[in-house]
Design a protein around this ligand. Sequence first.
Ligand code: PLP
Length: 373
Amino acid sequence: MDTPVIDHRGPEFAELARKCLDGIKTIFKTTNPVIIYTATGTGAWEGALVNTLSPGDKVLMVETGHFATLWKKMAEKLGLNPEFIVTDWRTGVDAAAVEARLLNDKRHEIKAVCFVHNETSTGCLSSVPEVRKAIDRVGHPALLLVDTVSSLASADYRHDEWGVDVTVAGAQKGLMLPPGMSFNAVSDKALAASKTSKLPKSFWAWDDMLAMNKTGFFPYTPATQILHGLAVAIEMLHEEGLDNLFARHDRLAEATRCAAKAWGFDIVCRDPKYYSPSLTAILLPDGYDADSFRALALECFNISYGAGFGPFKGKMFRIGHLGDTNDTMLMGALAATEMALSLAGIPHNRGGVQAAMDCLVSAHENSTHAATE
Ligand code: PLP
């Protein structure tokens, strides 16, 4: 990315753009176009809604946590009529609840089902195929919009095979890039909806973008430096192999959970079915302020945890283990955490670091055995 800026209307740029526009499809696992916005994930949320829906449309959303709540607030501000399936923020999407609600919607007033694949505020990952099957079982025509900001290139994802209509993603997590770029992967059904959707749109409109992208260009100045990074990120992801990358994320997540368990702490995600490969949200014992703990760890060990939101504000800290992260980096983070817990005087069992090491060693032993069998 640290290269001279090139002319975004020149031939060299078209080559870079084509590499990115084609390459990113292999990460979403789609053969359809992917829109690349010069914006953060929030912009891609807006792109997904305004291109497919019309004022007053009912949309079914699931309250998995803070980010699902923000997306719902955006839908309200845009003049949509979102309905929330409420949860306690400790679980993922219950496909049966989606199915039950759609079954009741005899007049097909619900135009889209929207959910966050990996809820970054809680560390709960939901099953896209389960929700897809729930929609299909009741024969409901709603579009399926999925936010993969913190799961794309960290957890298995298949836009086409899983029948997703719009996938929202951002650059700054599994794609290992700086913030400032985000994505909409689209289905044919979503493209058809964009022809009749009536929400106002200009910057976010897919049609201008798709038309210009066909020639290798963008309707406005794109984030050329991040595109250089994206081309390399896509190469790196394939060099490792997506399945190996998912296995690495699962291994790091499992090791983090082992550490939390050994310390004697609960994690926010209470059902193993929804465990996130991207991050783990760890609850501190009652009466201990997680924000003071985070500040102390930052001060003493230069480690920056994610904060708690909503019902977990001040009660938990989040360890991210996604993107360009390996076993050694994770062990550094867990060792810093165990030291910070001691320094903060938070009661915990020793041995979280050892438990994580044992977990990593056994994961490597198992994968070596599997490879030689
Ligand atoms: N969706 C999820 C799941 C996120 O984690 C985030 C941000 O972390 C967003 C949406 C919003 O993206 P951004 O902050 O890049 O605008």
